[in-house]
Design a protein around this ligand. Structure first.
Ligand SMILES: NC(=O)c1ccc[n+]([C@@H]2O[C@H](COP(=O)([O-])OP(=O)(O)OC[C@H]3O[C@@H](n4cnc5c(N)ncnc54)[C@H](OP(=O)(O)O)[C@@H]3O)[C@@H](O)[C@H]2O)c1
Length: 328
């Protein structure tokens, strides 16, 4: 697969990464560990070098899974993980980005990931109780100690990114971005371009919706977090069908799939954008990886833009409590 650089950091990764969250967390029960180890190794064979996890996925089990999968392949891959939660009795219990906590999490993550350095260490959510300068300072010290290579933020607003970047250059912002969540285009993407910060869109397939494989009657496991997302009520799924139909019509003329068009559209936005689609299935991994070879022409992009601009997406992307964690 082609490689991309995340902003001006020089950090080189495959044009598409692999989001590993759903293997352990978020979308129903954790998947079989051995199968997921094989899936991750298949991704490496297909040229994926960029893998996304977090302390809180599980919690902890997703990092452990990556630690197992990478043991013979550590030098070939770039591992991104995240800190920033207080975890109590195996549950997220608020935010915690106090410097001493960040350092303790780094040590614990290194152990679980079975490595001596985390390539990219993101703050998962901005902690309103800890000035971002202190967070950046803690990560800077981890970089100086050789435990971390690069600093990242997730769902941070422009002012937070600028303040953090002034203390420790930010290599990448990881925030939601896709054809059905385009808010980053207004202020975030121009600021990232100005600062030379790379962009890693999470949920690039709209948490599965943009692939066309989910309709209003698709059942979710009771533990699937999409049950709490207003954009996934049966009414919203029905109302948002126009977006999937648009992707389907472009896919048909390109001999591709809707998922591939959703990913190719993101790749076409900027050369320093690296989406991290998540899947737990080998055939979908292959389909998603192949999206890096689906070129969209100026005409395709114009058609997508003009059709998308006429579609008003229904439903918030997060529940109210999850939305309160977003820095703006
Ligand atoms: N920073 C943050 O706050 C944050 C938040 C959310 C996610 N993330 C990261 O971003 C990664 C990706 O986001 P995401 O998993 O939320 O959403 P996503 O990548 O947009 O979608 C994943 C969903 O789509 C399905 N899927 C994947 N490829 C498909 C295909 N070709 N056809 C049909 N269905 C397909 C998957 O199901 P199957 O497994 O059944 O294929 C899964 O349910 C996560 O793994 C995580 O690492 C970060």
């Amino acid at each position: 697969m082609q490689k991309r650089r995340l902003g001006s950091s020089g950090m080189e990764v495959s044009a598409l990464g692999l989001g590993c969250m759903g293997m352990s967390f978020g979308y129903g029960p954790a998947k079989d560990e051995q199968e997921m180890v094989s899936l991750i190794r298949a991704a490496i064979e297909l040229g994926v070098t960029f893998f996304d996890t977090a302390e809180v996925y599980g919690p902890f089990t997703n990092e452990e899974l990556l630690g197992k999968a990478f043991s013979p392949f550590r030098k070939q891959v770039v591992i991104a993980t995240k800190f920033g939660w207080h975890i109590e009795n195996g549950k997220q219990a608020g935010l915690n980005s106090r410097p001493e906590h960040i350092k303790a999490v780094a040590d614990a993550s290194l152990k679980r990931l079975n490595t001596d350095v985390v390539d990219l260490f993101y703050q998962h959510r901005v902690d309103p109780n800890v000035p971002i300068e202190e967070v950046a300072g803690a990560v800077k010290e981890l970089i100086q100690a050789g435990k971390v290579r690069h600093f990242g933020l997730s769902e941070a607003g422009v002012q937070t990114i600028r303040r953090a970047h002034a203390v420790q250059p930010v290599t990448a912002l990881q925030s939601e971005y896709s054809l059905w969540w385009r808010e980053p285009e207004a202020e975030i993407i121009p600021a990232l371009e100005e600062l030379g910060v790379g962009f890693v869109p999470f949920s690039p397939l709209g948490k599965g919706y943009l692939t066309g494989k989910i309709d209003e009657s698709t059942p979710f496991d009771p533990n699937d977090f999409r049950n709490t997302v207003p954009r996934f009520t049966p009414e919203a799924r029905k109302a948002n069908r126009a977006l999937v139909d648009l992707l389907g019509s472009i896919a048909e003329r390109k001999g591709a799939t809707p998922a591939q068009i959703a990913l190719a559209w993101l790749l076409a936005q900027k050369p320093w954008i690296v989406p991290i689609p998540g899947t737990t299935k080998r055939h979908r991994l292959e389909e998603n990886v192949a999206a890096a070879s689906v070129p969209l022409t100026e005409g395709d992009l114009r058609d997508i833009e003009s059709a998308a601009s006429r579609i008003k997406v229904q439903g918030h992307r997060y529940s109210e409590s999850a939305q309160r964690m977003i820095d703006r």
